[in-house]
Design a binder for this molecule. Structure first.
Ligand SMILES: Cc1ncc(COP(=O)(O)O)c(C=O)c1O
Length: 385
């Protein structure tokens, strides 16, 4: 079957990263031009940079709906997760996490375990939800444990029962870290009500710049610093702050949260159109993960009988960009650990592809992408069977 290039590429990999909005690019550039001073400098050139950090903290506070303003700026979501896990390891008797966490959590846990921290990894249901019974069991076995669970899974988009998880952890006096990298700007993220001890996020998942993470810390004195040095950020994370990136984060947050419900409705509509188009043309395709508790923008589809990588490759050649499992692991010839943990066979995991929409996608793109994906899937199905 001949492949045709689309007039404009369609980017459907927003869970990997999102394009920075023009306002964000401008905020970053403007900061580099005018607020380049070191926020730790006592002279007047440091003042705009200090103000900018303060403004970013206020925006975080208001968007996350929390009365605390203890936010540590890091170099990525991965760094924020590493910092959180290290801090949990210092104060908890054991870290309880799940099989479907991002590699920044699972690899941190593996390293901490090698250094002597007890780690328990709980299972998830077939629909990709953390098993609350298993969590309770671990919490009742390990007194003063610490829990690290993601809010939304980056591969399936399944929204974890985070309220129940934090409530359970409280019941057992356990510290809680939430990896909210995929939640910010895609669901209502009122943090005050959840009262986690730590929560991490990363700007490039909501049209901010890459390389800017944040760790919210209810009690920052619990932080065990990853980086020591000049004592910036009260010594919780030493190193001169990335003020331009933080300005980009602040701008992206403000833009998204000023129209959060519209953004969510927009992405949900696109995802709905896309899924309906694919499923109408290919009724044999299955959606991976809980259908009614999935974040608005994510569709993880199992094209049973075909190689997902072949589909991703053919779509790439036509100008539709999507991925198999998470961006950090796409280069590796391994099936998704998330889908395997949900009970999919190796073949089913290899046959699965993630499509993730963003605020910059259009209805026409969703319709066109659905048709092209279905056509390519049918073509590959004929070849593979
Ligand atoms: C759930 C989750 N946590 C953490 C991260 C890591 O964020 P970063 O890419 O900023 O290191 C990601 C990125 O894909 C993610 O999806």
């Amino acid at each position: 079957m001949a492949m045709t290039n689309l007039a404009q590429p369609i980017y459907l990999d927003h869970n990997a990263t999102t394009p920075p909005l023009p306002e964000v690019v401008e905020a970053v550039c403007e900061t580099l031009r005018t607020a380049y001073g070191n926020p730790s400098s006592g002279h007047r050139q440091g003042e705009p940079a200090r103000r900018l950090l303060q403004r970013a903290r206020e925006t975080l506070q208001s968007c996350l709906d929390t009365s605390d303003d203890q936010f540590v700026f890091t170099g990525s979501g991965t760094e924020a997760n590493n910092l959180a896990l290290r801090s949990l390891a210092r104060h908890g008797s054991c870290i309880i996490t799940s099989t479907i966490e991002h590699s920044s959590i699972l690899s941190s846990a593996t390293r901490l375990q090698a250094e002597g921290t007890a780690i328990e990894i709980i299972a998830v249901t077939e629909e990709g939800e953390v098993d609350l019974h298993a969590l309770r069991q671990q919490l009742s076995t390990h007194h003063h444990a610490a829990v690290s669970i993601q809010w939304i899974n980056n591969e399936t988009g399944v929204i974890q029962p985070i309220r129940e998880i934090t409530a359970l952890a409280r019941e057992y006096g356990a510290l809680v870290h939430i990896d909210a990298a995929q939640a910010i700007g895609k669901i209502d993220t009122a943090v005050e009500a959840l009262a986690p001890d730590f929560l991490s996020l990363t700007a490039h998942k909501f049209n901010g710049p890459a390389g800017v993470g944040v760790l919210y810390a209810k009690q920052p004195e619990l932080i065990d610093p990853l980086c020591v040095g000049g004592g910036q950020q009260s010594g919780w994370h030493a190193g001169t702050e990335n003020t331009a990136g933080i300005a980009g984060l602040q701008c992206a947050l403000e833009l998204r949260y000023s129209e959060l419900h519209e953004a969510i409705a927009h992405m949900a509509k696109l995802r709905g159109t896309f899924e309906q188009t694919v499923l109408d043309l290919c009724p044999w395709v299955r959606i991976n993960g809980l259908k009614d508790r999935r974040v608005c923008n994510t569709s993880n589809m199992c094209f049973e009988g075909i190689e997902g990588q072949a589909l991703v490759g053919r779509l790439d050649a036509q100008g539709i960009y999507c991925s198999q499992s998470s961006a950090c692991t796409t280069g590796r010839p391994e099936p998704s650990h998330v889908l395997r943990a949900m009970g999919l066979s190796e073949a089913q995991a290899y046959a699965s592809v993630r499509f993730s929409f963003g605020v910059t996608n259009t209805q026409e793109e969703a319709e066109l992408a659905g048709t092209v994906v279905a056509t390519e899937a049918e073509y590959l199905k004929r070849i593979f069977t």
